[in-house]
Design a protein around this ligand. Structure first.
Ligand code: FAD
Length: 458
């Protein structure tokens, strides 16, 4: 077997590396971090940031669903399958997973610290092979490259005064290590009310320096909490799911509402739907997918990506004490002032335009658009080696994760998994889906015939 380069050492990179090592490949894992295996979600150092999935859902190994539970019990023997443990634990678990994969394949894993700048088709010199160039001029030749790039940096909110880009009062990326600690003291505006805003509110409320936090989004919706441990769910009849209508977002939502009312447990409906969701998503036309993204995605997100119950309790406490306020409003402007930032908001309910000063503003809008913001992705698209997927949310791929070129063919040498596949897939960011993709991808890499382009779409 040959050499596979995995670009990115987050959860997707670790899962892909482990599957490729198991399949007999020599693997070079490239990541800029000092401790590969953690990535964006699990690199957080704050112990109050919990996983938003229960322990039982988070095994890295599709063949051993209890692996993460066992790992947690070695650290805390009373851990239950429904517990929500700190995300740092999961980062440690991923590091251990990588170490175990290395031990199981002696001499076949190299971890290269660095950032990939370009990937080239080696062309006439070595047909079917790829050349991977790192920003520090290191060059790696590969038979296969797997892009495990994860989430792009957050996008820039509309109507941002450009002067704020260089102001300490505006934080463009709250995931940058240490960035929140450097915010000026005083009231803070969080743009966004999703899981990123929840993370930021939890951290800022503990510093004792920010007693008034305002989170704003058009809908003003916080993520829903998970069902509390010990509270039984109502099972969903698989026949009901099989009967869901494919083809129209409105009909689908009506059917889901009806099912949730009938069973009395919308959480069970959302969870049962998860393995079916991509079939339903792909059954929608692109205009209907667009309608879903525009009108329904936010409602779907708050029901699907839920808060751990202890996190929901803390957020309820912050709301009750007035430390956190959540507002449904449109952001009309953000301008730098001497003492911070002036924000102009149009309240959704009343239409009133309100102008207020904040010591700082934090962009909590979540991951941005990969196709626009990632330099490596932009260069691959410019070179015709990749093309944007539906709605430009990620890269276009075939069913196994092979990246499609500009003309819709695939050389089956460049692959991807995880959040990079968003758009072609919808359920592609959480650990259970990524571990299944890693398995499928490694099997496909093993059967790929190098240098035989495969036409996928036309
Ligand atoms: C805050 C947060 C909490 C979450 N909690 C959960 C949860 O509880 N349960 C769950 O199932 N899912 C959760 N998720 C979903 C999460 O997306 C996935 O579980 C997973 O972390 C995605 O991993 P990834 O490796 O694709 O991306 P990332 O973790 O973003 O890792 C990508 C890595 O690639 C590196 N990289 C990028 N470009 C290059 C390049 N050019 N060269 C080299 N390296 C590069 C980055 O530096 C990074 O280390 C959460 C997500 C977030 C953001």
């Amino acid at each position: 077997m040959g050499i596979a380069v995995v670009v990115g050492g987050g959860c997707s990179g670790v899962f892909a590396t482990r599957e490729l090592l198991r399949a007999g490949w020599q693997v070079v894992l490239v990541d800029p971090g000092a401790r590969p295996g953690r990535g964006l979600a699990y690199g957080t150092a704050d112990p109050w940031h919990l996983l938003n999935s229960p322990v039982a859902a988070m095994s890295a190994d599709p063949d051993r669903p209890e692996e993460f539970l066992d790992w947690c019990r070695a650290r805390a023997p009373r851990t239950a399958p429904g517990d929500f443990v700190p995300r740092t634990w999961y980062g440690d678990y991923l590091t251990d997973t990588l170490l175990a994969a290395d031990r199981g394949a002696p001499g076949r894993l190299t971890v290269q610290r660095g950032r990939v700048a370009r990937i080239f088709d080696s062309g006439g010199t070595a047909p079917g092979r790829l050349t991977v160039l790192l920003t520090d001029d290191v060059v790696i030749n590969a038979d296969h490259v797997v892009l495990a790039l994860g989430h792009p940096a957050p996008g820039t909110p509309a109507r941002l005064d450009p002067a704020l880009n260089s102001s300490p009062a505006y934080l463009a990326d709250p995931w940058r290590p240490g960035a929140l600690a450097a915010l000026p003291e005083g009231p803070v505006l969080l743009i966004g009310t999703g899981l990123t805003a929840v993370d930021v509110a939890l951290t800022l409320s503990r510093t004792g320096r920010h007693h008034a936090l305002t989170a704003v989004s058009r809908h003003g919706l916080l993520p829903q909490p998970h069902r509390r441990p010990g509270v039984p769910g109502a099972p969903v009849d698989p026949a009901d799911l099989a009967a869901l209508p494919v083809g129209s977002p409105a009909a689908l939502v009506r059917a889901l509402r009806e099912l949730a009312t009938r069973t009395g447990d919308w959480r069970a409906v959302m969870d049962a739907l998860r393995p079916r969701w991509d079939t339903l998503w792909q059954g929608l036309s692109e205009p209907d997918q667009h309608r879903f993204l525009r009108h329904l995605a936010r409602y779907w997100e708050v029901h699907r990506h839920r808060m751990a119950p202890p996190i929901a309790d803390t957020i309820d406490g912050l709301l009750a004490h007035g430390t956190l306020t959540v507002t449904a409003a449109e952001l009309c402007g953000l301008a730098a002032e001497d003492s911070g930032v002036r924000a102009v908001l149009r309240e959704r309910r009343t239409g009133a335009v309100v102008s207020s000063s904040y010591a700082a503003v934090v962009n909590c809008t979540g991951p941005g658009r990969l196709v626009e913001s990632d330099r490596l992705v932009r260069s691959l698209i410019a070179d015709g080696m990749a093309r944007p997927g539906p709605h430009r949310l990620g890269l276009d791929t075939d069913a196994s994760g092979a990246v499609l070129r500009r003309d819709g063919s695939t050389g089956r040498t460049l692959w991807t998994l995880g959040p990079t596949r968003r758009g072609r897939l919808w359920e592609t960011t959480a650990a259970p889906e990524i571990r299944a993709q890693a398995r499928t991808l490694a099997l496909a890499v093993g059967t790929a015939r190098v240098a035989v382009p495969v036409r996928v779409d036309s």
